[in-house]
Design a protein around this ligand. Structure first.
Ligand code: LLP
Length: 391
């Protein structure tokens, strides 16, 4: 909730900007770390969700590892103090340059997505006289029941290795002397709110483990990915995920053998609620059929509503009006799709009012673009008052 102190502060600032509630971030990290730690689970934060420097510092300080999907993310993780033995590198299209940088950094593990990629990592590791640790990303064919643009674990998706290719993968691993197989990796999708999806993933992982055993391949790391969803509809009353219930599903359904480690790659669940996009009303257009609120933020600052029809709570935080009006809340970009939502009921709004778009901490600032040669969106931070437990 934004207090008058927030509003007074925001009124002094140029908009748009991302406002980070670092206290909520710390509380979320602590809750996640405590729940994971109670089962000895390891959490690697998926940097793709948000690599804002202050966010990375807080996550590193709370003891999380880093899940990276580009050479630059690997570099950013290391620059922010994540130790190399807590950095993993995933992604369907790692370039030679990126693989070399990760080999030089001696990262913990490559999550490999194809036979061809295994051969390339082996060749590049050989040239450096190094051994690359490998987890195989397997496509478990588990439906995440989420938006089709963020579903990743079905055979029709480009990600992972399908189970019918696994024999070839094992033969390749046997023949590659510079690769060390350490585990299996899965990620079925993002913004998953139905916990049965994770249960189904566990059951599928259990089956696949049997198969690896039969082939004589010992699995040390079970990496079950990320995907835990947040409540975009109630950022105030439900500002933190139920990490205890989430991790307990894995505790109850995943068969973990002695000596095995269970790894997670959470992104959104750790950061989404801790930021809002703050913008100002530039113009109000009253029409016969529609009223438009034209903001100074658009798809260049937050593209999720336009790209995935994603819902974000939109609030006028400075209006004193008691009348409500339905507005189409739109941005300034020269594209019809630049609309945050149609028919949003808001207090009667005027030029200069402050608008908060909530739950924007994940896949918000990181997906900002310079389209229309827009300025880079700024970040503003709350003070930190809480110290965190470590993972
Ligand atoms: N691990 C892998 C292999 C992933 O591909 C992802 C996300 C994660 C972990 C982290 O997932 P999370 O815990 O954040 O759900 N831009 C989209 C989301 C794309 C997710 C991509 N992969 C959005 O705004 O909803």
């Amino acid at each position: 909730m934004f207090t008058q102190t927030h509003i007074n502060r925001f009124q002094q600032l140029e908009t748009p900007f991302y406002y980070y509630d670092l206290n909520l971030l710390q509380q979320t990290l602590t809750a996640c770390a405590e729940a994971a730690y109670s089962y000895n689970y390891h959490v690697h934060y998926a940097l793709k969700a948000n690599f804002n420097p202050k966010v990375l510092d807080a996550i590193q300080a709370a003891g999380f590892g880093a899940d990276c999907v580009s050479g630059n993310e690997v570099k950013a993780a290391i620059a922010h103090g994540f130790t190399n033995n807590k950095v993993v590198f995933a992604g369907v299209g790692k370039s030679d340059k990126e693989i070399n940088a990760a080999l030089d950094a001696d990262i913990f593990c490559f999550n490999s997505e194809s036979v061809q990629e295994l051969l390339v990592i082996n060749e590049l590791a050989q040239a450096k006289n190094k051994i690359a640790r490998i987890a195989i990303r397997i496509n478990p064919n588990v439906d995440a029941h989420t938006h089709h643009h963020i579903t990743t674990g079905l055979e029709e998706n480009k990600f992972g290795i399908n189970t019918w290719q696994l024999e070839e993968v094992l033969a390749t691993l046997k023949s590659c002397s510079n690769l060390e197989f350490i585990g299996v990796h899965f990620h079925v999708g993002s913004q998953i709110t139905n916990m049965d999806v994770f249960k189904n993933l566990c059951l599928r992982v259990n089956e696949l483990q049997e198969w690896f055993d039969e082939q004589g391949f010992a699995i040390k790391i079970l990496n079950v990915g990320g995907g835990l969803g947040v409540d975009y509809y109630h950022p105030e009353s439900n500002s933190m995920c139920d990490f205890k219930t989430y991790f307990k599903i894995f505790r109850d359904y995943l068969k973990v053998k002695p000596g095995q480690e269970v790894h997670f790659e959470l992104g959104r669940a750790l950061v989404a609620q801790s930021a809002s996009l703050i913008s100002r009303v530039l113009y109000v257009k009253n029409g016969q059929k529609k009223n438009f609120l034209i903001l100074d933020a658009g798809m260049t600052e937050l593209i999720r509503p336009m790209l995935y029809q994603a819902y974000h709570v939109i609030e006028n935080i400075s209006s004193q009006s008691e009348n409500t009006i339905n507005y189409d809340v739109v941005g300034p970009i020269c594209e019809s799709t630049d609309c945050f939502r149609t028919d949003v009921q808001l207090p009667e709004s005027k030029r200069g009012d402050l608008i908060a778009i909530r739950t924007a901490g994940a896949y918000g600032e990181v997906m900002a673009s310079g389209y229309n040669l827009r300025d880079r969106v700024e970040s503003v931070y709350s003070e930190v008052e809480v110290t965190q437990a470590s993972l």
